[in-house]
Design a protein around this ligand. Sequence first.
Ligand SMILES: Cc1cc2nc3c(=O)[nH]c(=O)nc-3n(C[C@H](O)[C@H](O)[C@H](O)COP(=O)(O)OP(=O)(O)OC[C@H]3O[C@@H](n4cnc5c(N)ncnc54)[C@H](O)[C@@H]3O)c2cc1C
Length: 352
Amino acid sequence: MNDVIVIGAGVIGLAIAIELKLKGISVTILRKKELNIASLAAAGMLAPHAEKIPSTSLFNLCKNSLELYPQWVTKLKDITSRDVGYLPSGIIAPSFEHPTASSNGGIWWDRQQLELVEPGLTRDIVGAWWYPQDGQVDNRLLLAALNQAAVELGVEILDNTAVLSIEEKADKVQQLITSTGPMQAQSYILAAGAYARELIDLPVSPIKGQMLAVQMPQDNFLAKVIFGDGIYLVPRSDGRLIIGATVEEVGLANYNTPSGINLLLEKAIAIYPCLKDYPIQELWWGFRPGTPDEGPILGRLDAENLLLALGHYRNGILLAPVTAKVICDLLLDGQKDPLLEEFSPHRFISKS
Ligand SMILES: Cc1cc2nc3c(=O)[nH]c(=O)nc-3n(C[C@H](O)[C@H](O)[C@H](O)COP(=O)(O)OP(=O)(O)OC[C@H]3O[C@@H](n4cnc5c(N)ncnc54)[C@H](O)[C@@H]3O)c2cc1C
């Protein structure tokens, strides 16, 4: 019997599986067929400061993960020789008004300072908050590296294997019923992103985000990530400029809409006018795994051999390293990181 089965092969499931395998645990990952997974749809910003995260505990978790990023991507590179486009190059949040208070560790740049770095922003912008600690990773390259690392380390990945139900008895998972038959392991990890609610009764819901990419001209690359009001521009080193993202509670509506793309284009052109003539390269959408308080769900519910790693909402790419660490510590050493207290699934279970 396997030591561990991980349900889900997004950034969260893969990061956990790799961490476990590096500790000598035998791991199988199950992944459903052809899902539009959030880890491929994301923008890859590592932006706890620019995002102005509402709660202190979530901010601390994100900051902790941001600090783990350099060593995490180095570890992946050592295993796979792949570069994942990790750039701790800071994020600029432009403003149409002069600041009245400080902003989450940001440094205020006036228009003159801003122009030295990004001259193409609209004249109506009076300055910007500069968050030097934030950055980006190319999430598609990251997912490819995670997949390769898992394979090279000997994690078994079973494609086209949907978990249909999790069978529990006496507070223990007995087996998974899957599209290819029943499966057993000593422990299970549920990392099924926005689709988790099909398997467990917790409030994880899909929050749709539409995105597009344009191609920047060789002689006019945007240098830094721009984080505006309801819009962001993420330049990749190959010249793609990622523009995102809508935030929509429309269930699993699997398509782009004219109004969604129109909204993004209007806001993007308003902030960075020259992109209006750039060739459109791609349109896509994805589903953030949202929770009512926007925090992830990490830890055990009732079954002692089932750990949950769900609901990473807007920050799952950022939170992957810390999630892998705390879930492995919990599974292998029973070591509960104090940070986990706030993210327990029990916060969503009514006490009556
Ligand atoms: C438009 C958009 C922009 C984003 N931008 C950012 C960003 O800039 N920075 C950031 O940090 N985060 C961002 N996010 C959020 C981030 O993408 C997610 O939080 C993260 O990818 C969640 O990863 P996951 O592994 O939990 O889920 P997913 O990547 O969705 O993976 C889920 C996995 O579970 C599998 N699965 C589901 N159900 C089953 C089943 N029944 N049986 C077997 N397998 C199953 C799927 O096949 C898949 O492999 C963004 C998200 C979106 C949609």
